[in-house]
Write a protein that binds this ligand. Structure first.
Ligand code: PLP
Length: 410
């Protein structure tokens, strides 16, 4: 049974004692990061209090125990996105995962004149690694046209893709507008032209069902902290043959088979090949627990709850002419808006003064501003633990919040 009130009891950050500006904290910045349930906190704590040891580096039970737990976390993550266990590489998060593709796969395969296709709606972490790759290889970064709403479509991809395109990389759900793209259709178009399809799942894996195998995508990147897990850990999922041919990005302990004085080296098979150095073990265990927790809530329940809250916000706010909504009909849970005549950061500051945490600015998607025709927006993003009452307080503060100057001078 999906019971928000019961679920909330498991999150210390949702306790009534959590205040901001002497008001009860209302957290509507879940696209940025999410709160952690007690079971994830306990898992991380338990590693430090009872189980500390390194992984794959000791011939004793304590170490063997961590090896088993890391494997279990990897299995949990693999099952969650329908990938094989050895297709899961632990990274520090989405940003590192995409950089790993750019450096490990892109540097090895791209040459001058090759093309990388992205969209204007991408987060910096799905833009800047490709700019850098283009700089290093002489490849070109091209943009697919967004449709009139701001969505990437397979049809528009067909208009820009050529046989020189080697990589297409899009967010499954973009972090400003929140449209869900047709990943399967896009992967098909990419493959017909000999390109690989990279999916930035930072905003989708925590919210909707993911099926790496069925969609036939080549790489998937996501972060644990956006799905109730610890910060500083995430995953890169890659097809076997691609991980096999890719170069490691970091060299060091834990990823090599041998090296000698002449410089001869050989590396372990993936995923170990990409996990040089001591990993964020506490984070990985917490990530595995977070996946179990999300599964216990049910990803369909999560999406449904967010969609209901989003519809509710749109319904309530559309009545007001001075509220500009940029993504009323997008399928993701976030609402992106502005108040006419009020700079986005001022609005966020006003809401902060009421105890409401949300994001304003460009949300790391700096190219999208031209499409939106505004320098900045405010984004309210819910998760499965957000209540209708919290949304009501937010709406009331937005509509009846008083003068913006009050936030600065009171
Ligand atoms: N991609 C998208 C769509 C995001 O929303 C974010 C974070 O907000 C990222 C990538 C980067 O994620 P991280 O900072 O966890 O690496």
């Amino acid at each position: 049974m999906f019971d928000v009130k019961e679920i909330r009891k498991q999150f210390p950050m949702l306790n009534d004692d959590k205040m901001m500006q002497n008001k009860k904290l209302i957290f509507l910045d879940n696209c940025s990061t999410t709160f952690k349930p007690q079971c994830v906190i306990d898992e991380v704590m338990n590693y430090y209090v009872n189980e500390t040891s390194n992984s794959h580096r000791g011939d004793y039970d304590l170490c063997f125990n961590i090896d088993q737990k890391v494997l279990k976390a990897r299995e949990n993550v693999a099952r969650f996105v329908n990938a094989d266990v050895d297709e899961v590489v632990f990274t520090s998060g989405t940003t590192m995962s995409i950089n790993l593709i750019a450096y490990g796969y892109g540097l090895k395969t791209l040459k001058k004149g090759d093309e990388i296709i992205i969209s204007e709606a991408e987060h910096a972490s799905n833009v800047l690694p490709w700019y850098r790759l283009a700089e290093l290889t002489g490849a070109i970064v091209k943009f697919v046209n967004l449709d009139e709403k701001g969505r990437v479509t397979a049809n528009n991809l067909k208009k820009v893709i050529t046989n020189k395109t080697k990589i297409v990389s899009f967010a499954h759900i973009t972090n400003v507008l929140g449209y869900i793209i047709d990943v399967e259709g896009i992967a098909k178009v990419a493959h017909e032209h000999g390109a690989i399809c990279v999916i930035d799942g930072a905003q989708s894996v925590p919210h909707i069902k993911t099926d790496f195998k069925k969609w036939d995508i080549d790489f998937l990147a996501f972060s644990a902290h956006k799905m109730c897990g610890p910060t500083g850990v995430g995953a890169l999922i890659g097809k076997h043959h691609l991980l096999k041919m890719m170069d490691p990005f970091l060299m060091g302990g834990g990823m090599n088979v041998k090296f000698d004085k002449c410089g001869d080296t050989s590396y372990l098979e993936s995923p170990a090949k990409f996990e040089a150095g001591t990993q964020n073990l506490a984070g990985i265990l917490g990530f595995g627990k977070a996946v179990e927790f999300i599964k216990s809530i049910g990803i369909e329940n999560i999406h449904q709850h967010e969609v209901e809250l989003k519809k509710y916000m749109v319904e309530k706010l559309s009545k007001y002419d001075h509220v500009i909504i940029y993504n009323a009909d997008s399928e993701g849970g976030m609402l992106t808006f502005n108040i006419k005549g009020v700079f986005a950061q001022d609005e966020a500051t006003l809401l902060n003064s009421k105890g409401i945490a949300l994001r304003s600015g460009q949300h790391c998607a700096k190219i999208l501003n031209d499409f939106l025709k505004t320098p900045a927006t405010v984004r309210a993003s819910t998760y499965f633990y957000t209540t209708k009452e919290e949304v009501d307080i937010f709406i009331d503060a937005l509509i009846n919040g008083g003068d913006i100057l009050d936030a600065y001078f009171n």
